[in-house]
Design a protein around this ligand. Structure first.
Ligand code: SF4
Ligand code: SF4
Length: 367
């Protein structure tokens, strides 16, 4: 067993500050994370702030997680910063709606906008030989990755590795989605390129209240009581997916294994949650289920799940049209219409629609 293959999985009854700090202290002790920080270090916290949503919706990292982590790091003498590049809306709006503003004030955490990008040329990257990532990823002594446990239509799950996609600035996210198209393996490799560049000091998955079903933004909140920590994000993600009852390895975990970033044979979870895996398992997103159907490539046209816009729910705000990487959406006669010849089934429209007007359905509603 090596540190890259270990994670600490704890059971925490709810978002009570004292319980969270106690759990973090157990995790730190178990994984030996305490020694990674020197007094005065500048630490960037990277929560999941994909869209402006209130904490009880389980879309974003809970503010009490940020408070607990901040307390622990401040006790070690760290100076704290927080940032993300939301898929929709501003950082300011996400911090406000996500209940983080009071925590930032109390714990003296400075918000950092991800609007400046640094271009990285790395021939060892798998896909992104030239990557543009937020400058903030490289300006601090440490990045601490605070992810949320959620299902995901395209990738099966969104956990610690996927959370780092927030370091891609603004509309560049759409460009990577477009480049990957339907290819989930390629998209996983892009995520792993980003992970290799950012190299968080350690990673957390907030699954005290997780999201199942139509994640990452329109699923159901489910109390799972899980708080998980790991030094290496690929192992942490894999062990959390296993705990949550995923039937198959997600594309990200599969690629992590293929690239030697994860060894499922020796990966080992420690902590009280290990003896109590989630029952029933986390309900997957329908689109992710369809993608694992045998022969799904052959029957792609039949089996692929397509986004549909509900006219009665749609407010014609244009967010989906603006963010569609394939430019497959347009407003025609007061209705949002989708050109399915262009659509790459990335489900960004479903993820970012503020009104839940985009549903992902089977092309012929067979399933
Ligand atoms: S589907 Fe959603 S995001 Fe698109 S225009 Fe309608 S309300 Fe806005
Ligand atoms: S229509 Fe939706 S699912 Fe299709 S490419 Fe555009 S954003 Fe992605």
């Amino acid at each position: 067993m090596t540190e890259k293959n270990t994670a600490f999985l704890d059971l925490v009854p709810g978002y009570q500050p004292r319980e969270i700090v106690a759990s973090l202290e157990r995790g730190f002790a178990c994984l030996g994370l305490g020694g990674t920080l020197r007094p005065g270090d500048r630490v960037l916290l990277k929560p999941n702030l994909v869209v402006p949503r209130s904490p009880e919706k389980a879309v974003t990292t809970h503010p009490e997680i940020v408070r607990g982590v901040a307390k622990l790091l401040k006790d070690c003498g760290a100076r704290l910063f927080i940032g993300d590049s939301p898929g929709f809306g501003t950082l300011e709006r996400c911090l406000e709606k996500g209940g983080l503003k009071p925590v930032l004030r109390e714990m003296d955490i400075t918000p950092v906008s991800f609007d400046r990008a640094r271009t990285i040329h790395d021939p060892d990257n798998l896909v992104g030989k030239r990557l543009e990532l937020a400058e903030a990823a490289f300006e601090y002594d440490q990045v601490v990755n605070l992810a949320k446990l959620k299902t995901h239509g395209m990738m099966g799950s969104t956990l610690a590795v996927k959370n780092l996609f927030g370091f891609v600035v603004g509309f560049n996210k759409a460009a990577w989605h477009f480049r990957a198209g339907h290819d989930r393996r390629l998209f996983a490799r892009i995520m792993l390129d980003i992970y290799r560049q950012v190299q968080p000091a350690w990673n957390l998955v907030d699954g005290i209240v997780a999201m199942e079903g139509e994640g990452p933004t329109h699923g159901q909140a489910r109390k799972c009581n899980l708080l998980a920590l790991g030094r290496k994000a690929p192992a942490l993600d894999y062990l959390v997916e296993e705990w949550a009852g995923f039937k198959q390895m997600t594309p990200l975990s599969t690629e992590s294994r293929n690239l030697g970033l994860l060894d499922p044979e020796t990966a080992r979870a420690l902590g009280p949650a290990v003896a109590q895996p989630l029952k029933p398992p986390l309900k997957p997103a329908r689109a992710a289920q369809a993608a694992t159907f045998p022969g799904h490539r052959i029957w792609h046209r039949l089996l692929v799940r397509r986004p549909r816009v509900s006219s009665s729910r749609c407010h014609r705000c244009g967010v989906c049209i603006q963010h569609c990487p394939a430019k497959a959406m347009q407003l025609l006669r007061e209705k949002v219409v989708i050109d399915y010849r262009k659509c790459i089934s990335c489900y960004c429209c479903q993820e970012l629609c503020p009104y839940g007007a985009v549903q992902v359905k089977h092309a012929f509603n067979l399933f």
